[in-house]
Design a protein around this ligand. Structure first.
Ligand SMILES: [Fe+2]
Length: 250
């Protein structure tokens, strides 16, 4: 499995505090069946994003994983907050925030306001050659009450990433309900852990994969944790990006 959204890179945001914690997260991920993680540190008002520094931290982590014999590939990405300044910077430097050397960009919305201009920002990013992946819409309080907006954005080409622990219920009833609603509407393309540590927000995907497999079968479950996220880290087109069900005429 491929986990394209997590905070395993140590000491750069509110994720892994130390290299030791990062190594422990890597062990947990491998034990869960994950072969490749995209370390995606925050780029927001609290945590600035320095690609060069993060690349250096990633090299340290990779070297340590090699020494420990932990068979996990790690690529750099970014948990990119959709603010005006961030979007301007990404348009000027499209390669700065993407997953590896691919066009894929993880995009996080504010919890407090989802302005109508979100769709425009996504289109601007698209016109700069970037492919936005919206992270955990199921946890956003505004989208929880207006989930049809998610379907409209998919029709504009936005990829949807849902949190594994939202599917299994650890994020609470509301997030789980919206995650399930999205699955019913064919509006989930990738499941990722958004792991921050080894205790509360952990790097595991298998629980969510099992839930999806039980309801929709193995083919879709594997697509969301292996087929689609694997294509993303390789910079390929998504093998699964269906027309969502419903939400038209709104
Ligand atoms: Fe995140």
């Amino acid at each position: 499995m491929f986990d394209i959204h997590n905070h395993i890179l140590p000491g750069v945001d509110d994720g892994a505090k130390t290299l030791e914690v990062a190594v422990e997260m890597a062990r947990m991920a491998v034990a869960d069946g994950i072969v490749h993680m995209v370390a995606s540190p925050h780029a927001n008002d609290v945590y600035s994003y320095d690609r060069t520094e993060h690349e250096a931290a990633l090299e340290v982590l990779r070297a340590r994983l090699k020494v420990e014999g932990i068979p996990l590939e790690v690529t750099l990405g970014c948990d990119f907050h959709l603010s005006f300044d961030n979007v301007q910077d990404a348009l000027a430097n499209p390669a700065r925030y993407v997953i590896g050397a691919t066009p894929y960009l993880l995009v996080e919305l504010s919890q407090f306001s989802v302005p109508p201009s979100v769709a425009d920002s996504m289109l601007h990013l698209g016109s700069a050659g970037l492919r936005p992946i919206l992270t955990h819409p199921e946890r956003n309080p505004i989208l929880q009450s207006e989930p049809e907006r998610i379907l409209r954005w998919i029709r504009q080409g936005v990829i949807m990433q849902v949190t594994a622990s939202a599917i299994t219920g650890s994020w609470g009833e509301k997030s789980q309900r919206v995650a399930m609603w999205m699955l019913e509407h064919r509006a989930v393309h990738v499941v990722a852990s958004d792991a921050h540590d080894t205790k509360r927000r952990v790097p595991k995907l298998s629980g969510a994969q099992e839930v999806v497999a039980k309801i929709y079968g193995n083919e879709l479950a594997n697509m969301l944790v292996t087929g689609n996220p694997g294509a993303i880290v390789r910079g390929e087109a998504l093998p699964y990006f269906p027309e969502p069900l419903g939400g038209l005429g709104q």
